[in-house]
Design a protein around this ligand. Structure first.
Ligand code: ZN
Length: 288
C-alpha cells in the first residue's frame, strides 16, 4: 500500500499568493482534490489530505500529520508568485538530483511538463530548497510551484479547468510511474451465463444493461445479430464477463493487453464496435 500525503498549500487565514483575481489557497485545494480523485484509479494507494476545505494549518501541523500517518510520499502543491512564469518543483536541498527523492522528482517533473507543454508552459527546472515541508517530513517529499499567480499569462491558464486538470494529471502520472502504481481493474464478477429471451420493447442496449454485459459482448456472442431487428421470443447467448477495465489517459489496446497478459488482438475481437483511435478516458471495456 502506497501512502501518499497531499498537502494543499496555505488555506484559511493564509491565502498564500494572490493576483489577477486569484487566491493561491483556492487553486492548491482544487488541484489537490483533483490529484486525490485521479489516484483512485490506481490500486493499493491510500491518500491523506492535509486539508479538504478552507482551513488554517501551520507547516508543522502538515508535516506532523504526514509523519504520524506514516506517509510514503509527501506532495505539497503551491502556486508561484514574484513575476516569473512557468512550472518548477523542489526537493530538500541536502538531497542530490540522483538521490531516491531526486529521481522521483525528476519523474514527476517530466510528467507534469509533458502535460503542460500543450499550454506552452515554461520549464523552470527541478530545484532544491530548505523548505519546512521538505525538511521535516520523514518520507521523501516534493513541493511543486504551478505557474505564477501574479503573471497575466500564467493566471489566465490557472483560470482554466483543463489546465488544472492537466497539472493534476501530470502529478499523478509522475507519482504512478515513480512509485510503480498500477491502474485499477474493476472486478465486476460473473455476469449470468446462459441465454436471454427477447421480450417486447427490448433493445440490445437495454438487454446489456439488465444482464450486466456490454452491447459489444452481445454482438460477439450472437454472431450475425441485427440490433435493429431483434425477434421477440428469440434467444440470445449471454456469456461470462470476468473483468472490466476502465480506460485511462493514453491507453491503447496493445498496452492494455501487455499489462494484463492478454493475447494481442483479443481486445479488438471483444470490442468490435469500439474505435481504437478514440478510446475515451473512463470508458469501460471487457478485457477477459
Ligand atoms: Zn505557496
Amino acid at each position: 500500500m502506497a501512502k501518499i500525503f497531499i498537502d494543499a498549500g496555505h488555506g484559511g487565514t493564509d491565502p498564500g499568493a494572490v493576483g489577477n483575481g486569484l487566491q493561491e489557497k483556492v487553486l492548491t485545494l482544487t488541484i489537490a482534490k483533483k490529484i486525490e480523485s485521479l489516484l483512485k484509479n490506481y490500486e493499493n494507494v491510500s491518500v491523506k489530505m492535509s486539508r479538504t476545505s478552507d482551513t488554517t494549518l501551520s507547516l508543522s501541523q502538515r508535516t506532523d500529520a504526514a509523519n504520524a500517518w506514516g506517509s510514503d510520499f509527501f506532495l505539497s502543491v503551491h502556486i508561484n508568485a514574484g513575476g516569473g512564469t512557468g512550472y518548477e518543483d523542489y526537493r530538500y536541498n541536502t538531497l542530490t538530483a540522483t538521490s531516491a527523492t531526486g529521481k522521483v522528482q525528476s519523474t514527476i517533473h517530466s510528467a507534469v511538463m509533458a502535460e503542460l507543454k500543450a499550454f506552452n508552459v515554461i520549464d523552470r527546472g527541478a530545484k532544491s530548497a530548505n523548505f519546512h515541508v521538505l525538511r521535516e517530513t520523514n518520507s521523501p517529499a516534493l513541493l511543486s510551484e504551478n505557474l505564477f499567480i501574479d503573471t497575466k499569462v500564467d493566471a489566465n491558464l490557472l483560470k482554466r479547468n483543463d489546465v488544472l486538470d492537466a497539472i493534476a494529471r501530470g502529478h499523478v502520472e509522475g507519482l504512478a510511474k515513480a512509485l510503480g502504481l498500477k491502474k485499477k481493474v474493476i472486478e465486476v464478477g460473473k455476469a449470468q451465463s446462459g441465454s436471454y429471451t427477447v421480450a417486447q420493447g427490448d433493445t440490445l442496449w437495454s438487454i446489456a444493461q439488465t444482464q450486466g454485459v456490454t452491447v459489444d459482448q452481445l454482438k460477439t456472442w450472437n454472431a450475425g445479430i441485427n440490433p435493429n431487428a431483434l425477434q421477440i421470443g428469440s434467444k440470445l447467448n449471454i456469456g461470462v464477463t470476468i473483468q472490466i477495465y476502465n480506460i485511462q489517459k493514453g491507453d491503447i489496446f496493445w498496452d492494455i493487453e501487455e499489462k494484463f497478459n492478454i493475447k494481442h488482438g483479443t481486445l479488438e475481437k471483444l470490442n468490435p464496435s469500439v474505435n481504437v483511435n478514440t478510446l475515451q478516458v473512463g470508458q469501460t471495456i471487457p478485457i477477459r
